[in-house]
Every structure is written in C-alpha cells, then in structure tokens.
Design a protein around this ligand. Structure first.
Ligand code: SF4
Length: 62
C-alpha cells in the first residue's frame, strides 16, 4: 500500500526520482518491493533492479 508520508524502515532507498520514495528520509514508502536481476548470471549489485520503481516525473517534461 502506498502512503505518501510513510517511510518503511525495512527498505532503505536513495532513489528520490521514484514516486514511492518517502521524501524526507532515505526509505521506501511501500510495504514490500520486487527486486530482480536484469542479467542471466548476476555478479554484482549493478545487475539487479527494483522492479517496483515508478518515475515520479512520468507526466512532466524533464
Ligand atoms: S519502489 Fe524501489 S526504487 Fe522506488 S522508493 Fe521503493 S525501493 Fe526505491
């Protein structure tokens, strides 16, 4: 569930461009997220992504 002013202290995140970022603190505001690899054989953190990400700027001109 998405709550605008909520910070889930079990999910640290610094992606401020995500619409689910808590804003005030470096945490996600979702109850749970989906994380997945975008490579067949992941070898480092660069190979995995948060699949729950949604851009908070999607309706604005960047
Ligand atoms: S959905 Fe993923 S990218 Fe977005 S704030 Fe939560 S953890 Fe960060």
């Amino acid at each position: 569930m998405f709550k605008d002013d909520y910070a889930n202290h079990c999910i640290r995140c610094t992606v401020h461009d995500c619409k689910y970022h808590s804003g005030k603190e470096n945490y996600c505001s979702l109850d749970c997220i989906e994380v997945a690899a975008h490579e067949k054989n992941p070898t480092s953190e660069k190979c995995v992504d948060c699949r729950s990400f949604e851009c908070k700027h999607e309706n604005s001109m960047l």
